[in-house]
Write a protein that binds this ligand. Structure first.
Ligand code: GLV
Length: 326
């Protein structure tokens, strides 16, 4: 008998077909939003689950689903997993790194350009029929080329943004990260390591690309925003919760920060009304990795982790490989 698997959200039909070759599938192809109680109900007797970043797998879920052996996330971020609890329960966690790096870096840079150059704000103005004549300072934004790009979190996506800034736009790139990169990688990215304080003070554009955890919760709050230039822009393509959205909205409203580009929000898909009310914010619905080839590659990697582990004993991108030997 084939092992039983749950696909918790809608996914590409060909990925479902591939999984069907190996597993007895239950699939939420209707993409119904399940409560945690419903998720637990659906997980009964399943040995594996295909998740996106939206399904929370924690100690309560694990103890209610004793057959579960692997959770494969179709996302590079995995803050929806309590990896410590999963490891304690002997459940493998996998994510979907690498395949989305360049696509996500493209989007981060695009959001920076849209924010600094006021692209969506000016489009709204035009669509509202308010464009009657040219004016020398109309929608004058911030310079991107030649300015200072700050990156907080310098993993693969941060490095992709650094390369675009340094080599494509002639920017001075400074970064802060838990660990400094080796010299060869710094040279390839054209990036210089600085303290978080120096990063905040010096940058003209700050891009956040760090993972979300208890440690990075509100890494950018009122105190950090106060250290930034009032002409600076902030872009968040990492996770909601890294920025204190209320403090950010206040800084933007009071002219203490020029503009923000946000793809992620605290409590998304709800977006704080203070942010929605501001015209100097570009808002997008968590789409940084959203191209069809990249989303397909992410879905295939999650599926291959399930097949690799449950059928061949070898996952591709395990987050807690220590459970493998057990
Ligand atoms: C998207 O946010 C991801 O983590 O892949």
């Amino acid at each position: 008998m084939k092992p039983s698997l749950l696909v918790a959200r809608a996914v590409f039909p060909e990925v479902l077909e591939k999984l069907t070759m190996h597993f007895e599938l239950t699939s939420n192809q209707d993409d119904t939003l399940w409560s945690s109680v419903e998720l637990i109900r659906q997980l009964q007797d399943k040995v594996g689950v295909f998740t996106t970043g939206s399904e929370r797998i924690d100690a309560a879920v694990l103890s209610a689903c004793p057959d579960l052996k692997i959770c494969a996330n179709m996302a590079v971020g995995f803050n929806n997993f309590d990896v410590v609890a999963m490891t304690a329960a002997g459940v493998l966690a996998t994510n979907a790194p690498d395949v989305l790096t360049e696509t996500t870096a493209d989007f981060g840079f695009g959001l920076l350009l849209a924010t600094a150059r006021r692209i969506t704000e000016s489009e709204h103005f035009l669509r509202a029929g308010r464009w009657h004549r040219w004016r020398y300072d109309m929608f004058a934004g911030a310079e991107v080329h030649g300015s200072t790009l700050g990156i907080l979190g310098m993993g693969r996506i941060g490095q992709g943004i650094a390369r675009r800034g340094a080599h494509g736009f002639g920017m001075q790139v400074i970064y802060h990260n838990r660990a400094r990169l080796d010299e060869a990688t710094e040279v390839a990215c054209g990036a210089h390591y600085v303290s978080k304080e120096e990063l905040l003070k010096r940058c003209d554009h700050l891009v956040l690309v760090l993972p979300y955890s208890a440690e990075s919760h509100h890494a950018i709050g009122a105190a950090e925003l106060a250290q930034m230039k009032p002409t600076a822009t902030l872009v968040n393509i990492a996770r909601g919760g890294i920025v204190d959205d209320v403090a950010l909205a206040a800084a933007l409203r009071q002219g203490r920060l020029a503009a923000a580009g946000l793809d992620v929000f605290e409590g998304e898909p709800t977006v704080h009304p203070d942010l929605v009310a501001l015209s100097n914010v570009v808002l997008t619905p968590h789409i940084a990795s959203a191209t069809i080839p990249t989303r397909r590659a992410m879905a295939n990697l999650a599926a291959d982790n399930l097949i690799g582990f449950l059928i061949h004993g070898q996952p591709l991108t395990p987050l807690n490989p220590q459970v493998l030997g057990r």
